[in-house]
Design a protein around this ligand. Structure first.
Ligand SMILES: N[C@@H](CCC[C@H](N)C(=O)O)C(=O)O
Length: 271
């Protein structure tokens, strides 16, 4: 069975998007997902995104990492779905209902990502600790902040984000038993009261060009620590996002999304 898809990205964080609002797709098993995401033999992507019908929001957005794990949230994918839908909409996700809308320029999308949580059990962590200054370290990375923005993030503030061997420390931290659902790992440098530089090791996908939820988690962590104001830019390897922690406690993310190409995928080859 050939299934049409749209290859998209948000600042280089790339997705294979299946629009299943009207069509019923075969089940996306772990073996289909990993084969599809494989950059050598499949289409290649960081995440697979399914748009489906919802009974509690306009649409449901499902997110599957390149390793086949289904997860709660993806900021860049929300903007990609916003670009495809070309209209304001609410999206049901495993992390809660979020909202998207076109934002001025043709490919710019604004996303209300919902309310962040800092409770240790909501991250989740394996045991109680202060999530604003965690008494833990992995080599040179220490005292991170933990934030849940639908999905779990750990944020380390460092002098030079480029200098951190994230390809080595990222997988160690992601899989540490302190994080029962694993964790996304952010290393950030505060450049000014309204500017952060960020690199992200994503749970289930590794180093990516950008991570929207990572930008949101890092911005609110820096805001809680008093390092930046309530509106800041976050510069990632793939480009810049604008993040605001609004008075109603929700996080607004603004940035672009793009379509790379369209195609069709033979599900049966991988089932
Ligand atoms: N790239 C995404 C985050 C995707 C999910 C993440 N890897 C997880 O496992 O939580 C983003 O833009 O937020």
């Amino acid at each position: 069975m050939r299934v049409p898809f749209t290859k998209m990205h948000g600042l280089g964080n790339d997705f294979v998007v299946f629009d299943a609002r009207e069509a019923v797709l075969p089940p996306l098993t772990r073996s289909v997902a990993t084969a599809l995401a494989d950059r050598r033999t499949g289409i290649g992507c960081d995440q697979i995104v399914l748009i489906e019908a919802s009974v509690i929001a306009d649409w449901k957005m499902r997110i599957i990492n390149a390793d086949g794990s289904e997860v709660e949230a993806c900021g860049n994918a929300a903007r990609a779905v916003g670009l495809l839908l070309k209209a304001a909409a609410t999206l049901e996700t495993l992390g809660g209902v979020i909202s998207i809308r076109p934002d001025g320029e043709a490919n710019e999308i604004a996303v209300n990502m919902g309310t962040p949580s800092f409770d240790w059990c909501a991250i989740p962590l394996a045991y109680a600790m202060d999530t604003l200054a965690m008494p833990v370290a992995w080599d040179s990375l220490d005292r991170p902040v933990a934030v849940n923005v639908g999905n779990p993030h750990l944020v380390f503030f460092v002098a030079d984000a480029e200098a951190v061997p994230l390809h080595e420390l990222g997988p160690q931290i992601e899989n540490d038993p302190l994080f029962p659902q694993r964790v996304n790992v952010n290393v950030a440098a505060v450049d000014a009261r309204d500017a952060i530089t960020l690199r992200v090791w994503e749970r289930g996908a590794g180093l990516t060009r950008a991570c929207g939820t990572g930008a949101c988690a890092t911005a609110v962590a820096a805001m809680r620590l008093g390092l930046v104001d309530r509106k800041t830019s976050v510069s990632l390897p793939g480009g810049v996002l604008a993040i605001e922690w609004a008075d109603d406690d929700t996080i607004m993310m603004r940035g672009p999304a793009a379509i790379s190409f369209t195609g069709s995928f033979d599900w049966g080859d991988y089932a």
